[in-house]
Design a protein around this ligand. Structure first.
Ligand code: GAR
Length: 204
């Protein structure tokens, strides 16, 4: 059984999808704890499902490194097989990524490497593209630059607001995340993905 710690900042709809999947005895993964960098509304999902949670407020620490060290300490209490960043809107300091890699994945509401960063949905709308997407990646020390595990295209409709487009992206993210965790539980080798840093089209 794959054990997971999920880290959130917001509403936690992706977290909820994992909690619902975990409720199925046949699903080979379980969320064992939920962490947040603030009093995130999504922590209520953990409470509803009886899953322990912890909060390491970014604002309580003098530096990103100090916050990261405290967060890592909390994660290690649970000794999870996998950490899922599910709307954690903070960059992890390098020593935290290095301690957890390659068993740390992130959901992103764009078709990476397009529109990385904190405003992937807004940036796609502003760029006027006709399609964007959803991606699940392995976390590395870049901003949304880690190896892509899976991704899917989603059309941008004329007149879409950021909220409307994000609400159409999120169900796809949820499906991809639940499937990715299943694949990892069934043996998908994240370490092998981690070495594939260049697009196949780039020749050295
Ligand atoms: C998701 O769309 C996730 O991909 C995004 O925040 C949302 C969280 O939703 N993350 C990022 O943009 C990270 N760069 P949720 O709290 O309802 O799961």
């Amino acid at each position: 059984m794959l054990s997971i710690v999920v880290l959130i900042s917001g509403t936690g709809s992706n977290l909820r999808a994992l909690l619902e999947a975990s409720a199925d005895a046949e699903y080979p993964a379980r969320v064992i704890a939920v962490g947040a960098d603030r009093e995130a509304p999504g922590l209520a999902h953990a409470e509803e499902f009886g899953i322990p949670s912890f909060t390491v407020p970014f604002s309580s620490y003098d530096s990103r490194e100090a916050w990261g060290a405290a967060l890592l300490e909390q994660i290690r209490v649970w000794n999870p097989d996998l950490v899922v960043l599910s709307g954690l809107m903070r960059l992890l300091p390098p020593n935290v990524v290095e301690a957890l890699t390659p068993n740390i994945i992130n959901t992103h509401p764009a078709y990476l490497p397009e529109f990385p960063g904190a405003h992937g949905v807004r940036d796609a709308i502003r760029a006027g593209v006709e399609q964007t997407g959803a991606s699940i990646i392995v976390v590395d020390n870049g901003v949304d630059q880690g190896p892509i595990i899976v991704q899917e295209r989603i059309p941008v409709l004329p007149g879409d607001t950021e909220h409307e487009l994000h609400e159409r992206i999120k169900p796809v993210e949820r499906r991809l995340l639940v499937q990715t965790v299943l694949d990892i539980a069934n043996g998908l080798d994240l370490g092998a993905l981690s070495t594939r840093r260049l697009p196949a089209t780039i020749k050295e």
